[in-house]
Ligand binder design. Structure first.
Ligand SMILES: Cc1cc2nc3c(=O)[nH]c(=O)nc-3n(C[C@H](O)[C@H](O)[C@H](O)COP(=O)(O)OP(=O)(O)OC[C@H]3O[C@@H](n4cnc5c(N)ncnc54)[C@H](O)[C@@H]3O)c2cc1C
Length: 486
């Protein structure tokens, strides 16, 4: 049997939950929101930020990415597979992007996405979202004090994004995450009748007839959508699903015998991500457990004085292990902390490609970090600066020794080698179906009617801050654009 609806939203993550809910408020048509993963409601490991390390493999798609050009795909590239998406998986750092990011978007051709337009969408997000700081852990306080001892001002980053040191605002109410599934959809039993959330249902192909999106094939059968199909599978799987459906670079699709619906060469290209690297110190004594989140403190630097906004953002970690357990690259013998600076508007571009025409196969993710020399230049400066934390009385009282990279790393070549060997993602892929290249500023896929993209794939460039707040703002705007165009 074929199901029919007015709007089909594919992917129940940060963006998809907002778009589905806003459409339900503004329209009486039947809306189906598809999510491949399970339900988050009632699942403590998903909704309780404190329990982020309790999430097992089945909360994640299990993708691997290649960090450098030609490298093996060995980096765990977390992507949530659960209602609420990566915001039920992340560290809840919630920063409003500075206006300069949207000024740049507009300059890149995203008409209507300027700072003044986006301000109202930020306020809409905040109508639903509680943002708080975690209680300040003693080690986080020391990091902040050390920053001030190096001459930086203490900043309230909820109020402004500028050079200085302080604490992350978190989209969390106490320990309860403020992901968009929790804040826009829960309780699921009270959703309006015309909004249905289908969990554990994966779209396998977008159906296109006569140049118009008409629905999707899914693991629960065919769904037809009369008014719009909206893709919100995230920056990795939105382009993957498009390519599986015949929308992509013709030659690449030919390799897999996928019939071409439209040759859209930029699908999956221009993947941007925040790249960073850690410095790790062993501490004099045990580090007490965190109360809400292992990343509470941050610092922003403006290393290029003419940069429009900080070009480096830190995550100060109360633990060294990565999302998936111990990181063999960063072994420690005792209690330790780390500080990871990342390049805020990193310029290197990677891509997402198909590995197979089978929807169950993971895509190929090539991050191509440091392909633009700007990123290495900024990160190397940031790493040298990070080492200076140990010059401060506060940090010396906390930390015993720098264990990674350690004193042998001094010259540019040594730093470059170290950074390349331990580079980290901040899990912020975006831009793989961006405005101007794949979609128009009203988010319609060029050349295909009724097909709209509403997630982080549409970013015209990488932004200064952690990206979830911007994804939510863009989704609020996307919901308006869906209805405006119909
Ligand atoms: C480990 C980690 C830490 C992070 N930390 C932060 C942070 O502290 N602060 C911050 O601002 N950002 C953070 N981020 C990034 C931020 O959470 C994401 O950028 C944002 O949630 C992306 O939203 P999205 O809607 O584009 O995609 P997602 O939230 O990834 O949603 C996509 C959804 O689509 C589903 N899906 C995919 N394919 C299909 C299909 N074919 N059919 C049906 N469903 C499908 C997926 O299961 C998923 O639920 C982090 C991300 C990760 C992974």
């Amino acid at each position: 049997m074929i199901e029919t609806c007015d709007f089909l939203v594919i992917g129940g993550g940060s963006a998809g939950c907002i778009i589905a809910k806003r459409l339900a408020v503004k329209s009486a048509g039947r809306i189906i929101l598809l999510e491949a993963g399970k339900k988050d409601e009632g699942d403590a490991a998903a909704v309780d930020l404190f329990r982020l390390d309790d999430q097992t493999d089945d909360y994640d798609w299990g993708f691997k990415a290649a960090t450098l050009k030609g490298a093996k795909p060995e980096l765990n590239y977390a992507r949530a597979r659960i209602l609420g998406g990566c915001a039920n998986h992340n560290d809840c750092a919630f920063l409003r992007p500075p206006d300069s990011d949207f000024v740049e978007w507009e300059q890149l051709g995203a008409k209507g996405w300027g700072a003044a337009d986006m301000a109202s969408y930020f306020h809409r997000v905040m109508e639903n979202t509680t943002v708080e700081e975690a209680p300040h852990h003693p080690a986080s306080q020391i990091f902040v004090k050390a920053g001030t001892e190096l001459g930086f001002k203490k900043i309230d980053f909820q109020k402004q994004i500028t050079e200085g040191v302080g604490y992350f605002p978190l989209n969390a109410k106490g320990r309860l995450r403020q992901s968009s599934s929790i804040t826009y959809l829960h309780p699921l039993s009270k959703l309006p009748k015309h909004l249905e959330v289908w969990i554990e249902t994966q779209a396998t192909k977008i159906l296109i007839g006569n140049g118009k999106a008409i629905g999707a094939e899914t693991t629960r059968g065919t769904i037809h959508a009369s008014r719009a199909v909206i893709l919100t599978c995230g920056s990795i799987q939105t382009p993957q699903l498009m390519m599986l459906s015949g929308l992509g670079q013709a030659q690449h699709l030919h390799e897999f015998g996928i019939p071409i619906v439209a040759d859209v060469p930029e699908v999956g290209e221009h993947l941007r991500d925040h790249v960073g690297a850690p410095i790790v110190w062993e501490t004099h004594g045990p580090v007490p457990p965190w109360e809400i989140c292992p990343f509470e403190a941050t610092m922003m630097l403006k290393l290029d004085h003419d940069a429009p906004a900080p070009d480096v953002l830190f995550h100060f970690g109360l633990r060294v292990r990565e999302k998936y357990g111990e990181d063999p690259r960063l072994s420690v013998n005792g209690p330790a902390v780390k500080a990871s600076p990342n390049v805020t508007r990193a310029r290197s571009e990677g891509r997402v490609r198909l590995a197979s025409a089978d929807y169950r196969a993971a895509p190929i993710i090539e991050l191509n970090y440091f392909s633009d020399p700007y990123d290495m230049r900024i990160l190397m400066k940031a790493m040298r600066f990070t080492r200076r934390l140990m010059e401060t009385p506060s940090f010396q009282a906390l930390c015993k020794t720098e264990v990674h990279p350690g004193p042998d790393v001094q010259s540019d070549d040594e730093w470059e080698g170290y950074i390349k060997s331990v580079c980290e993602t901040v899990y912020h892929p975006c831009g793989t179906a961006s405005i101007g290249r794949v979609v128009s500023p009203d988010l319609r896929v060029k050349g295909i009617d009724n097909l709209i993209i509403g997630d982080a794939s549409i970013f015209p460039s990488l932004i200064t801050t952690n990206i979830n707040c911007a994804v939510m703002m863009a989704a609020e705007k996307a919901a308006d654009l869906v209805l405006d165009g119909i």
